[in-house]
Structures are given as structure tokens and as C-alpha cells.
Design a protein around this ligand. Structure first.
Ligand SMILES: Nc1ncnc2c1ncn2[C@@H]1O[C@H](COP(=O)(O)OP(=O)(O)OP(=O)(O)O)[C@@H](O)[C@H]1O
Ligand SMILES: [Mg+2]
Length: 227
């Protein structure tokens, strides 16, 4: 079953946040999801210990460079979706996780610095493709963007990536209080109360659109592989 890896050597790009939001969205209807928290700082494990985690969502911490591949393979045989959250540096764990991914999501904030970090992640994916003689689908996800303002820099980065044939999600993870709040309150954006954060419905529809696009992309890749 598909394994989705969040990777970007840029710290704070939005990997853990987007990974948890996607996982909760996939688990919402009771579908089994396992998040492998491969970041030694264990941000997802800490979230998972709070109240409100969906019943069908399991968080696996305690993963090392030596165990990441076995963990990914074992979990993928057990549940429909495995999500891997990685640390924001280059490491063997990151390379191993990418080598086994069905989809690598590269979160990028709208700055030039982030875009060059994304280029590093893409280079690593291409190296792993060569090393393991397999295609590894990936796409860039813009994070912490404004739902209203479309800055020129972001447009420039998008055009640059498109020019280099880098796939980009149409959905963006907009800057939303709800996406931060789940790490304090626990649970999912569906268990937050409107009194706890502003504009909850917008965050919910944002998360739905992102998850739908991920599922569509996996389906498309699976069909492509079968053709
Ligand atoms: N869509 C979003 N809306 C609001 N805040 C966000 C969003 N995405 C990320 N953040 C905030 O940005 C910060 C960094 O996000 P996050 O921890 O997800 O990044 P990361 O890539 O996992 O970082 P690291 O490389 O350190 O693991 C956090 O404070 C998080 O709350
Ligand atoms: Mg993180």
C-alpha cells in the first residue's frame, strides 16, 4: 500500500504539519494510516500522545537509520497508507526513506532559499532513482501561503520549477492557525472547536483538497505503473 514520504532538507518547511494534516484526513473515514516519525526530535510522536488522535491512525516513533526500511516495508503491508515524516537535514535515513517511497512530497515555503533547498531534495530523489533503478514520483507542495495574496516571488518560483518540469500540487497548505493548533490542542482539524481557532472551515476545505490531490496522484501513478 502506498508510502508517502515528506522530505525537504530545509528545516521548518512544513513537513511535519502537512504530514499530520494529510494523515488525519486520510484516516478520517476509518482508513488505516501509520505515520512513521523518522525525525529524531519526534514532533509527530509528541502530537500523537495528545488526546484526539483518530483511532485508525498509528504513530510509530523510535525509528533509526538501521530500521527505517524494515519499518516502512512492514507497515506498508499492514495498512492502506504509510506516511513518513523526516528530519530537515540530509541523512542516510532520508535517503533510505526516499528510496522506498511511492510519492515524495517536498514542502516549500515561498522564498528563493526554500526553492533551492527543494532542488537539493529533487537531486537526492534522482540519485535514489538511479541507485535503485525505479521511478520515484514526487511533487512540490507550497506551504504557509496566503489564500488571498499571490506574491510575485511565489509566482517566480512556480515558473522556475515548472520550467524544470518539476510537478507541483495545485493545492497549497495555506497559512492557517488550525494547522498549528492541532500540535498544541491535539486531535485533528475536525476535532478543533471554532472558538479555539479562526477560520476553521477554510482550513478543513484546504486539507480536503490537498488529500484528494494526493490520492489522485497515487492513483494516477499506480495506473501508469500498471500500463
Ligand atoms: N500551513 C501552515 N499554517 C500555519 N503554520 C504552519 C503551516 N505549516 C507549518 N507551519 C508552522 O511552521 C513551523 C514549521 O513547520 P513544521 O514543523 O511542519 O516544519 P518541518 O519541515 O517539519 O520542520 P523540521 O525540518 O524542523 O522538521 C511550525 O511552527 C508550524 O506550526
Ligand atoms: Mg518536522
Amino acid at each position: 500500500m502506498p508510502t508517502i514520504v515528506f522530505a525537504s532538507p530545509k528545516g521548518g518547511a512544513g513537513k511535519s504539519t502537512s504530514a499530520v494534516v494529510l494523515s488525519c484526513e486520510l484516516a478520517r473515514s476509518g482508513v488505516g494510516v501509520t505515520i512513521i516519525d523518522a525525525d529524531p526530535n519526534r514532533p509527530v510522536t509528541k502530537w500523537g500522545r495528545l488526546e484526539g488522535r483518530p483511532n485508525s491512525l498509528t504513530v510509530v516513533g523510535d525509528v533509526t537509520e538501521a530500521s527505517i526500511i524494515d519499518e516502512m516495508e512492514t507497515r506498508a503491508a499492514q495498512v492502506p497508507f504509510v506516511i513518513v515524516d523526516l528530519e530537515g537535514t540530509a541523512s542516510m535515513t532520508v535517503a533510505y526513506a526516499i528510496s522506498r517511497a511511492d510519492l515524495v512530497i517536498i514542502p516549500v515555503q515561498g522564498s528563493q532559499l526554500d526553492a533551492s533547498e527543494a532542488a537539493k531534495a529533487i537531486k537526492l530523489i534522482r540519485q535514489q532513482e538511479k541507485a535503485f533503478s525505479r521511478r520515484i514520483p514526487y511533487a512540490v507542495l507550497f506551504t504557509r501561503t496566503s489564500a488571498v495574496i499571490k506574491p510575485r516571488l511565489l509566482r517566480h518560483i512556480r515558473e522556475e520549477l515548472q520550467g524544470a518540469d518539476v510537478p507541483i500540487f495545485s493545492a497549497q497548505m495555506h497559512e492557517r492557525e488550525a494547522f498549528r493548533a492541532i500540535f498544541s490542542f491535539g486531535g485533528t482539524i475536525d476535532t478543533l472547536r471554532p472558538s479555539q481557532v479562526s477560520n476553521l472551515p477554510a482550513a478543513i476545505s484546504n486539507a480536503r483538497a490537498f488529500a484528494a490531490e494526493v490520492v489522485g496522484m497515487l492513483r494516477h501513478d499506480a495506473n501508469g505503473a500498471a500500463a
